[in-house]
Write a new protein. Structure first.
Length: 112
């Protein structure tokens, strides 16, 4: 990160709330809507699935970089990619301690 910054590239690291692929991707996509200019997204592990979905439709995203990460198609879950014998093939609630995300804005809905 520091090498990129020294070379003059702005580096942003938005938080991933880890609440599920659709919501996590929406959080990152919302962050991306605040960034002007070209974007390169980098994801590690599960973050690969998040950046794949967050980038969908954003014309400023020029590249996706996967660092030891899942590289699914848009909308594809990581669980089918992990296989039945993978540690990821379990209910996430049995592995993670889900806690509130303190800065998360409440979801809004609109009707047509």
């Amino acid at each position: 990160m520091q090498r990129l910054q020294r070379a003059g590239f702005p580096v942003r690291v938005p938080p991933n709330p880890l609440r599920g692929l659709a919501g996590d991707a929406a959080t990152i996509a919302g962050f991306l809507s605040t960034v002007d200019g070209p974007v390169i997204l980098v994801g590690h592990s599960y973050g690969g699935a998040v950046i794949t979905n967050a980038a969908n439709g954003n014309i400023n995203v020029n590249a996706l970089v996967y660092v030891d990460a899942f590289a699914p198609d848009t909308g594809e879950s990581v669980f089918p990619l992990s296989g039945a014998d993978s540690a990821l093939a379990v209910d996430p609630a049995t592995v993670f301690d889900f806690v509130p995300y303190p800065e998360r804005r409440p979801a809004t809905s609109t009707s047509i």
